[in-house]
Design a protein. Structure first.
Length: 85
């Protein structure tokens, strides 16, 4: 039986996107959002404390059943400091 091709939903900078694969990397999130390659990606999580940073090669599971449950939300931002400055 052929596997159904699902679309996974995510939110980047408060804007909804669809992704054809269950996993997405930090670099792909930045590309999808049109953010510069040197920016930082954070996953918005419901618990207290800082939102975890997603590295360029780090994969995130977009399945709503994966933790944190529900639609995955991300923000992209400029790096707060540059080395050597």
């Amino acid at each position: 039986m052929a596997e159904e091709h699902r679309k996974f939903h995510l939110i980047i900078n408060k804007k909804p996107y669809e992704w054809a694969e269950q996993f997405i990397t930090g670099a792909q999130i930045k590309n999808l959002a049109g953010s510069p390659a040197d920016w930082i990606v954070n996953e918005k999580v419901p618990q207290p404390g800082p939102d975890p940073e997603i590295k360029d090669d780090q994969r995130v599971d977009l399945d709503p059943k994966a933790s944190p449950h529900g639609e995955k939300k991300f923000t992209t931002r400029k790096p707060t400091s540059s080395p050597g400055k």
